[in-house]
Design a protein. Structure first.
Ligand code: PBG
Length: 292
């Protein structure tokens, strides 16, 4: 779920029909609806009003993501796992997932310090589970150490381990008003490299990840199966914005049966080995599944 700072009403995202940038009120309502439908948890993404090079809004207790987290933990924290995206890209004015070095490259180790600060902010806001989606090397170990040192030993870490530099993130960039020029190929994985996805999952598990992620889902089902077989923690898969947009667009044209296609896509992700799926259809799919 996307929550936008400083708005009174939800705003549609044109490339993701049915998904919105929430206001605080509509976010609360949507979270209650998700809980009632039987969804297991919600992942929150903030869309800040102001951005800067360091992504200062990310670890500000009054930044939109931390404010929204407190509100949701208060509203639905007993019914849902409240999860937060831990990445700087929504908060930086250059749109990268980390801070930049003087030469314009993403500075891995300087970014880890920002991530630890962001993790503490999210843990203090009450987030149950931090979604480490930035793909910096060593992020799981650094954040686990930083949280434990401040007593947040029960805050769970979801390591985005096998996160590939995908063309299918396109609609998400609209969803968060991304400022990115260029690409993320220096820190996300090369889609042609299957083994590196497995290796990253093993590294994240060794660093203390409670769960590891494979992302995108549908174009990486082989990686998902292999990661499931390789690690001993839960494996989740993220059915990303482009996967959502493709099915919605085809269904809107009458080219496929929407409900059947959505359910088949989720089924295939489960079949490949996902213990849980992040999907923009979560509330609707949960409703369908409970109908039987
Ligand atoms: C990084 C992040 C991204 C997505 C989730 N977390 C953007 C990216 O890596 O470019 C994309 C998710 C989607 O496409 O649905 N904060």
């Amino acid at each position: 779920m996307f929550v936008r700072e400083g708005v009174n009403e939800a705003a549609p995202i044109s490339s993701m029909p049915g998904v919105v940038q929430h206001s605080m009120d509509s976010l609360r309502r949507a979270a209650v609806e998700a809980a009632e439908a039987g969804v297991g948890g919600v992942m929150l993404f903030g869309v800040p009003a102001v951005r800067d090079a360091a992504g200062s809004g990310a670890d500000d207790p009054n930044g939109i993501l931390n404010v929204a987290t407190r509100a949701l933990v208060d509203e639905v924290g007993d019914a849902l796992v409240v999860q937060t995206d831990l990445c700087l890209d929504e908060f930086t004015d250059h749109g990268h997932c980390g801070v930049l070095a003087a030469d314009g490259s993403v500075d891995n180790d300087a970014t880890l310090e920002r991530y630890v600060s962001m993790a503490l902010g999210q843990a203090r806001a009450g987030s149950h589970l931090l979604g480490l989606s930035g793909m910096m090397d060593g992020q799981v170990a650094a954040i686990r150490r930083g949280l434990d040192a401040e007593g947040f030993t029960d805050t769970l870490l979801l390591g985005y381990a096998a996160k590939y530099a995908s063309a299918f993130y396109g609609p998400f960039r609209e969803a968060v008003d991304s400022q990115l020029q260029g690409d993320r190929r220096t820190y996300q994985l090369d889609p042609g490299n299957r083994r590196e996805g497995i290796r990253e999952a093993l590294i994240d598990e060794a660093e203390g990840a409670d769960i590891v992620m494979v992302k995108p889902a549908m174009s990486f089902l082989d990686v998902l199966r292999e990661v499931r077989d390789a690690v001993h923690v839960p494996v989740w898969a993220y059915q990303i914005s482009g996967e959502y947009a493709m099915i919605e667009a085809a269904a809107a044209n009458g080219w496929i049966d929407r409900r059947a296609a959505v359910l088949e896509s989720l089924l295939s992700i489960r079949r490949a080995g996902a213990d849980a799926v992040l999907t923009y259809w979560a509330t609707e799919a949960a409703t369908w599944l409970h109908e039987g």
